[in-house]
Design a protein around this ligand. Structure first.
Ligand code: PSU
Ligand code: MN
Length: 303
């Protein structure tokens, strides 16, 4: 049963033992508006190539799991409306029904692991939503980190989530949460939060060694690397906090739940900040792509 298709570039890289970095597609279809979503996806891929690695954007297109997209496929996906958002629960059913969908962090990790890719760059991960004590809304991304051996580089988590609860769940699940180059857990728009990360690492080589050590120990699951946003792109909490509060309030008022909630909140934040948050978002994704390329290279070196 052939359901996975690597791009030529990814296939060649893997044949020659070159580093590959996986990229998700929900960020393109549900995380950013057109045309910035397409431009950003292209820039992130280019950044990874500049750093000496090969990008593998992952999506399901008409029943095939693509690992690495052509420029036309990327553009078609970025322009499409009503694309399905695929998490762990949806990946197999979408493939079986010959559907099309964008992969979340969870589904991208599954696809990457299946394709033999150990490093993945994104912006923000899903987590424990505010009010989860009533809604039980905990992203499948957290459980995926507990069972799939992929290193995920993000910029921490957005305050649309309950950050302390998100870190607690990750601790319970045995996921190493590593702040890169600092003690503090970064909070997406800002380099710092009120929380320290459980682990700190200062080089890509340390991350790669820890990844290999987990393998050697036979431990399931991946690692979460929280890479602070570049200082010149930070948005001060005084500016972003009220916007987040408004978005959360709107979601409640409109009774938005389940898999619609995260995309709804992201869209409201972009609307309310008139693109300012989009600019920061792009900057931190590029920053994460660079670090992921370095980590991927170190992992290849250790293999
Ligand atoms: N958080 C962000 N940007 C994103 C997402 C989350 O700051 O683009 C997307 C990612 O694809 C993530 C998904 O895996 O939303 C989480 O959705 P949910 O909370 O429904 O699990
Ligand atoms: Mn959810």
């Amino acid at each position: 049963m052939k359901f996975l298709q690597r791009s030529q570039e990814v296939e060649e890289a893997q044949r020659n033992n070159r580093p590959v970095v996986a990229l998700e597609s929900t960020i393109i279809t549900h995380g950013m508006p057109w045309p910035q979503n397409y431009e950003t996806a292209q820039r992130v891929e280019a950044e990874i190539r500049t750093c000496g690695a090969v990008p593998a954007t992952i999506a399901v297109l008409e029943g095939t799991l693509h690992v690495g997209l052509t420029d036309t496929q990327l553009m078609t996906l970025a322009q499409a409306n009503n694309v399905a958002k695929l998490s762990r629960a949806d990946l197999a059913t979408c493939l079986a029904c010959k559907g099309t969908g964008a992969t979340t962090v969870a589904a991208t990790m599954i696809a990457a692991a299946h394709a033999g890719i150990s490093t993945f760059a994104t912006g923000g991960i899903g987590g424990v939503h505010r009010g989860a004590e009533n809604s039980f809304d905990v992203s499948a991304d957290l459980h995926e980190l507990a069972q799939t051996a992929v290193t995920v580089v993000c910029a921490g988590a957005k305050a649309i989530l309950d950050l302390p609860k998100t870190l607690e769940v990750l601790e319970t699940l045995g996921v190493p949460v590593v702040a890169f180059g600092q003690d503090n857990f970064p909070a997406f728009w800002s380099r710092t939060s009120s929380l320290d990360a459980p682990i700190r690492m200062d080089s890509a080589s340390e991350v790669a060694q820890a990844f290999q050590m987990r393998k050697a120990l036979g431990l399931q699951g991946g690692m979460l690397i929280a890479n602070p946003i570049p200082a010149n792109s930070e948005i001060p909490p005084i500016e972003i906090d009220p916007v987040i509060a408004l978005a959360v309030q709107d979601a409640e008022a409109q009774n938005i739940t389940g898999k619609d909630l995260t995309p709804f909140l992201l869209r409201r934040i972009f609307e309310e900040t008139e693109g300012r948050s989009l600019e920061s978002n792009i900057s931190l994704i590029l920053n994460n792509a660079r670090l992921a390329a370095e980590i991927a290279a170190e992992i290849v070196r250790l293999e």
